[in-house]
Ligand binder design. Structure first.
Ligand SMILES: *Cc1c(COP(=O)(O)O)cnc(C)c1O
Length: 442
């Protein structure tokens, strides 16, 4: 993108101009349409979600056997859903955000095995690959009890194959841990943002970690190159993966049951607003699409990003998707929110979500740590800084108000259920947690 083009976008879209100045923004998507106006030939369908859900159920006996901490959920990897009224109070007191309605937290930060939202997409993609290999080689039928996959025969079989992935950290953790458990050889290509403890944890599980000085895009490129040169290697392609997306898309079906259990009612008069931290877009995209298939026009999905790596905002607001990166706008791509440190959005997710996304909020790094401390103080819950982007709406409450008005929901504001989708934190070691607690940025 040349400078003239960039200046044109800045002049045309005020949120792009503000983003360039690293100000938090609330962008409202002008291309949002109602569910019945969506194209009929969507690249991902409800049947695809059915298929993913059924696959995760087939694997439940295996997951339960290998990861006994999933027993209480019958081998499904699931997270709690809780109301956080004291956090809502603090958002008002300390950040001036008066939120009408109720505020909840979906704690994917507590997901077992990977400790982040990647336990949905990353693990799903590897399970699907393992299933496909085993079926193609006549070792498994979909009607089998999948706990047999824990046997030495299968570990030896999967050991003939290699899995590779590029990651800023959390995707590598999820892919590395599940792949190593199944018996695969695994190579994780880590960008410079990746935290040391994540590399150490992976190495302790027998995973090969390759480190790069470069950013995420470069780590992915190297990983893809190495994988492509080895016929027994499979590359998890975060930039284009449909399987990752499908793994995430199942979550809202399970959330629906949790909402019912919590007595949260969703209909035209009781809307659901969901805030999803966004890196490349796969996790928030898959979940948002799943939400749309479950709750239709009654759910309003927002992505949230750090101001320093607001790639989805730029992709969506320019309509150029993966044809732009943050550096095109003079934005560094460097952020403390390591899970979201992505400079170029997924092409697949951006285009797919374009008619379904309500908007995007961005937030500075400093306030992420404040939200983190607020949540600990108010609710006794720890989530990692990246995850705290879920509260980005509190920076620009007037923009949330504008959206509510634009949807004709002013009269129903008090009935809104807001869900901040926490995306990571469980595996963060105590000393790193301590370091986060004491991090105060200017
Ligand atoms: C990966 C990640 C996200 C976002 O997922 P993308 O698929 O990259 O958009 C959000 N939060 C955390 C903690 C993550 O690790």
């Amino acid at each position: 993108m040349d400078l003239r083009e960039r200046k044109e976008f800045e002049a045309r879209v005020p949120e792009i101009a503000a983003a360039v100045e690293k100000k938090p923004v609330g962008w409202i998507n002008p291309r949002l349409v109602s569910m019945k106006e969506l194209p009929k030939d969507l690249a991902v369908t409800v049947e695809d979600i059915d298929d993913a859900e059924a696959r995760l159920e087939r694997f439940a006996p295996y997951i339960m056997k290998q990861f006994p901490e999933t027993e209480k959920d019958g081998g499904l990897i699931e997270s709690p859903f809780v109301e956080i009224p004291k956090m809502k109070e603090l958002l008002k007191e300390r950040h001036g955000c008066e939120l009408a309605g109720r505020l909840y937290l979906k704690e994917d930060s507590q997901l077992v095995i990977a400790g982040s939202i990647k336990a949905r997409g990353g693990i799903y993609e590897i399970l699907k690959y393992a299933e496909t290999l085993a079926i193609e080689n006549g070792l498994l039928k979909t009607t089998d009890d999948y706990s047999i996959l824990a046997s030495q025969e299968f570990v030896d079989f999967f050991g003939r194959y290699t899995i590779q992935v590029g990651s800023t950290g959390n995707l590598g953790l999820s892919i590395g841990i599940i792949s190593a458990k199944l018996g695969f050889k695994v190579i994780v290509h880590m960008s410079h943002d990746a935290r040391q403890w994540k590399k150490d944890l992976l190495r302790s599980k027998g995973v090969t970690v390759k480190e790069y000085e470069s950013d995420y895009g470069e780590a992915v490129k190297q990983g893809r190159k190495e994988s492509d040169s080895d016929p027994t290697s499979y590359f998890v392609d975060d930039e284009n993966s449909r399987d990752l997306f499908m793994g995430y898309s199942v979550a809202p079906r399970r959330l629906k049951k949790q909402l019912e259990a919590a007595g949260v009612f969703v209909d035209q008069d009781h809307p659901l607003f969901v805030y999803l931290p966004c890196g490349i877009g796969g996790a928030p995209g898959g979940i948002a699409y799943g939400l749309k298939t479950v709750f239709g026009d009654n759910v309003h999905c927002f992505f949230t990003e750090p101001v320093d790596s607001c790639c989805m905002l730029l992709g969506m607001a320019t309509g150029l998707h993966d044809q732009v990166c943050v550096q095109d706008f003079g934005i560094s791509g460097k952020t403390h929110a390591d899970g979201l440190a992505v400079g170029r959005p997924s092409a697949f997710v951006g285009k797919f979500m374009e008619p379904m996304l309500s908007g995007i909020f961005t937030t500075g790094d400093a306030v992420l740590y404040d939200y983190m401390r607020d949540l600990m103080e108010a609710e006794g819950v720890f989530i990692e800084p990246s995850s705290c982007a879920a509260f980005a709406f509190a920076e620009v409450p007037e923009r949330l108000g504008d959206y509510i008005k634009s949807q004709g929901l002013e009269e129903k504001q008090e009935n809104i259920t807001h869900i901040a989708w926490a995306t990571g934190g469980r595996l963060v070691p105590e000393d790193v947690k301590e370091e986060y607690v004491h991090t105060h940025l200017a």
